[in-house]
Design a binder for this molecule. Sequence first.
Ligand code: PEP
Length: 265
Amino acid sequence: MLDIRGLYQLNYILMRKPFIAANWKMNKTVGETQSFLNEFISLVQDVKDVDIVIAPPFTSLYTVSSIIKNTNIQLSAQDVFYEDKGAYTGEVSPVMLTDIGCKHVIIGHSERRQYFKETDEIINRKIKAARKHNLGVIFCIGESLEEREAGKTFDVLKREIEEGLKDISAANIVDSIVVAYEPIWAIGTGKTATTEQAQEAHKYIRERLASLYGSKANEIRILYGGSVTSDNIDSLMACADVDGALVGGASLKADSFSRILKFRR
Ligand code: PEP
């Protein structure tokens, strides 16, 4: 029997549609993308109750966009610049992404923070630019191993949330921004956070979102990312505040990613 707290929790879980996104990073040529989709589309055609998102490299966006028309798959980019157009060699604007059929964009991934020196301020500018053009945002946050071991996990999450979402209104966040908690030490390492660690961080993130957006925080989806596989997705999705996943390595194969999308709670 569920007590009143359990009922509230169930209610929140039910009102947040699971959102599971593939982050292909710098993987797959156009030909490899076509082969993946040939297999993948039929494997997931019956998955109706999950937002299914694929974020290929820029070079495959057009291909994916053309092939997924009239399917249950949505397109995301992996990054965006904050200006609409101009002399910014190598950059891609939100206008270009929506034009090509993107519904979402990943912003603030730890690899961009680490290798491309993206600061909280740059990330905030990118989020505002994406929202200005109606792109959904997959906003990534997460602590390094050193920060976790120094007991600074919550401080890092608080700063990244408050700076990244600075001046973003409540109307602009529900249904438009999902937060992806990705502990850096779990990305690509095969070392997943335990369900207790994931739930603890997600609960904290929801509390911080509540301090900014009040009860709307219960409607914001919080994804877990970091070595998600078909073996651990069920237990992660069973956590009260885990509403989906951002999947790197295990999203590159159609069979493993489709099994992740068919998780059982
Ligand atoms: C990621 O980079 O977003 C990610 C979660 O990667 P992986 O699943 O490979 O750890």
